[in-house]
Design a protein around this ligand. Structure first.
Ligand SMILES: [Zn+2]
Length: 91
């Protein structure tokens, strides 16, 4: 998905250590207890994670490419995404 932040599934949750299943629907790249990491949904809610720039982002599986695409919490999810360097060819 062009213009969107995406990344592969992390190995495991940085807090509880649970291994992410390849079919995991999503994970959080967030700051919990002052530490940034990749967290499962349970840890994110148990530690009152917040979504937003500087707090946390939600990544969800895009089945078409197998990557996890940022769907919430980041600046790229606003209604009018800022053009990134990857979009310049379209200008
Ligand atoms: Zn966890």
């Amino acid at each position: 998905m062009k213009g969107y932040v995406s990344k592969p599934l992390p190995k495991s949750c940085d807090l509880c250590g649970r291994t992410f299943d390849p079919t995991t629907a999503g994970f959080y790249d967030a700051r919990l207890d002052g530490r940034w990491g990749d967290y499962c949904r349970e840890c994110f809610s148990r530690h009152y994670g917040r979504l937003g720039v500087g707090f946390g982002q939600l990544y969800q599986l895009d089945k078409s490419c197998g990557l996890y695409v940022q769907t919430a919490g980041g600046s790229t999810t606003s209604n009018k995404p800022k053009p990134s360097i990857f979009d310049l060819e379209d200008l």
